[in-house]
Design a protein around this ligand. Structure first.
Ligand SMILES: *[C@@H]1O[C@H](CO)[C@@H](O)[C@H](O)[C@H]1NC(C)=O
Ligand SMILES: *[C@@H]1O[C@H](CO)[C@@H](O)[C@H](O)[C@H]1NC(C)=O
Length: 248
C-alpha cells in the first residue's frame, strides 16, 4: 500500500495507476495459466432412475494423466465417507462405504486423460446426494449432485358411492416413487378437482406409495384423470378413467 501511495504523491491519479492495473491483470493471468489443472463437471444435477447405472462426470481441465495419483470420490453425509478411492493404481476397496461395495468404478483407460468420472451401478434411492471428486495432490475438487428417481403408473378404481352426495368415490394409487410425488385429480376438461389428503407410505426400499380419493359429483364430466407428478425429476404419470352408468 505504501508503495502505491508514494507513487501517487505529487502525480496525477491516472498516469501511475494504469500500468499498475495492467500489472495486476498480468499477474492474475500468469497465476491461472500456470498449467494448474482443475476438476470440472456438470453444473446441473445428474438424474438417475432406480436400478439403472449412472456416470457422475468429473475431469481435469486442462487434461493430465492422473492414473498414478490418489483420487477420491466421497459423500460427506456418510460414514465412512468414501464412495471410491483410487490409490497406487487401483481401486482401494477396503475403505469404501459398505453400500458402494461392488457398485462404484472408475474408467481406468480414461484416467490418462484426466477423466475420473465415476460409474455407479444399480442405483438405489439412498444414493441421492452430493458427491465430491477430489485429487489431493492437485488440491482440486468438484461437487456433483445426484437425484434419484423412480416412477410408476397410477392405478385407478371405483371405491364406492358417497351416501351423502350420491357422488362416485374414485381411488388412485401409485407405488414405487422416488422422491415423494404429489397426486392431482383432473376432470375431462382438465380442471383440477379438490380431493382428500394424499396418503403417503414409504416402503423398506425407500420408495413411496401414494394414494388419494376423490368424490366426483353430478356436475362433472364422465372422464377423470389421476396425475402423479414429481417436480425434482420432472416426471409425470397419469391414468384416465371413464365412469359409465353414472347418472349425471
Ligand atoms: C469420461 O469417461 C466417461 C466414460 O467413458 C465418458 O462417458 C465421458 O464422456 C468422459 N468425459 C470426458 C470429459 O471425456
Ligand atoms: C420437463 O418435461 C417436459 C416434458 O417432458 C419438458 O417439456 C420440459 O422441458 C421439462 N422441464 C425440465 C425443467 O426439464
Amino acid at each position: 500500500m505504501t508503495g502505491i501511495t508514494q507513487q501517487m504523491d505529487g502525480l496525477s491519479l491516472q498516469a501511475p495507476l494504469r500500468p499498475l492495473r495492467l500489472l495486476v491483470v498480468y499477474l492474475h493471468l500468469i497465476h491461472s495459466c500456470r498449467g494448474q489443472s482443475q476438476l470440472i463437471g456438470p453444473s446441473q444435477p445428474i438424474v438417475a432412475t432406480v436400478g439403472d447405472d449412472v456416470i457422475l462426470p468429473c475431469s481435469l481441465e486442462p487434461t493430465e494423466d492422473v492414473a498414478a495419483k490418489t483420487l477420491e470420490w466421497t459423500r460427506s453425509d456418510l460414514n465412512p465417507i468414501f464412495v471410491l478411492v483410487w490409490r497406487a493404481g487401483q481401486d482401494y476397496a477396503q475403505i469404501k462405504h459398505p453400500s458402494f461395495i461392488g457398485r462404484t468404478w472408475l474408467f481406468p483407460d480414461e484416467l490418462k486423460h484426466g477423466n475420473i468420472s465415476l460409474k455407479l451401478s444399480k442405483v438405489k434411492p439412498s444414493d441421492a446426494g452430493t458427491y465430491k471428486c477430489y485429487i489431493p495432490k492437485l488440491n482440486t475438487e468438484y461437487f456433483v449432485d445426484l437425484v434419484v428417481g423412480a416412477v410408476s403408473l397410477p392405478v385407478m378404481s371405483l371405491a364406492g358411492i358417497d351416501e351423502a352426495t350420491r357422488g362416485v368415490v374414485l381411488q388412485c394409487e401409485s407405488k414405487g416413487w422416488c422422491p415423494e410425488p404429489e397426486v392431482l385429480w383432473l376432470d375431462g376438461e382438465g380442471n383440477l378437482l379438490s380431493a382428500g389428503p394424499t396418503e403417503t407410505v414409504r416402503g423398506p426400499d425407500d420408495l413411496y406409495t401414494v394414494s388419494s380419493r376423490v368424490t366426483v359429483e353430478k356436475s362433472h364430466s364422465n372422464s377423470f384423470t389421476c396425475r402423479v407428478q414429481q417436480k425434482d425429476t420432472n416426471q409425470t404419470r397419469e391414468t384416465e378413467i371413464h365412469v359409465t352408468g353414472m347418472r349425471m
